[in-house]
Design a protein around this ligand. Structure first.
Ligand SMILES: O=P(O)(O)OC[C@H]1O[C@](O)(CO)[C@@H](O)[C@@H]1O
Length: 193
């Protein structure tokens, strides 16, 4: 019989409602407001102004009850609101998996992008409903709403992958994503203003 450091949870069914962008039974949820994205938008003054204003919710994450522990396979649905800060499109914080593990995203609603950076190379996947974006081990990843409506996507990832946010603060994400009259464009990361 296999032994485990943590006993796996029992099998169960999860109802995935793509239209409502929900998982049931629900697990933990989190809400990231503008103040939670400190040091991530290039235009710090624009970021501060938004924080001092109504400090809007930039994105929400709803998880299933599958725990974030080694060998389990949790899922979550992230919904990013449309918006810009200093011209930069609203996005997730972005993170690296400390022990380098893969992940998949399935786009559900709206239009988004999956920006990946391995410290050297940058990759971009445009995400429309039905697109699966594959994140290989070793690539930091960030989602961006490039449309005018909320962008939702399902993530499935190894429970032991972890979230290293400092990696992104130290290394950046290779590119930034800005709104343009015709849509969006990727620009070199640069520093903060
Ligand atoms: O962890 P971040 O970078 O804030 O982004 C949130 C998203 O990333 C995940 O951690 C999955 O990688 C989800 O919880 C959610 O999809």
């Amino acid at each position: 019989m296999q032994s485990y450091a943590a006993t796996p949870i029992a099998p169960f069914a999860i109802q995935f409602d793509a239209a409502a962008a929900t998982l049931s039974p629900p697990g933990p949820t989190l809400e990231r407001r503008m103040s939670d994205l400190e040091g991530l938008f290039a235009d710090r003054d624009a970021w501060q102004k938004a924080v001092d204003g109504d400090n809007p919710v930039v994105y929400r994450v709803q998880s299933s009850p599958v725990p974030e522990i080694d060998r389990e396979l949790p899922q979550s649905i992230t919904t990013i609101e449309p918006g810009t800060t200093g011209g930069e499109l609203w996005m997730t914080k972005g993170h690296q998996h400390p022990n380098y593990q893969g992940e998949i995203y399935l786009a559900l609603h709206g239009t988004g992008g999956l920006l990946m950076f391995d410290g050297d190379r940058v990759e971009w996947v445009t995400m429309a409903p039905g697109t699966i974006g594959y994140i290989p081990p070793g690539w930091a990843h960030r989602s961006i709403n490039i449309g005018d409506e909320p962008y939702s996507m399902l993530a499935v990832y190894p429970g032991g992958a972890g979230h290293d946010y400092n990696w992104v603060l130290e290394h950046g994400m290779g590119n930034r994503v800005y709104k343009t009259p015709n849509g969006f464009e990727l620009r070199p990361y640069g520093g903060l203003s």
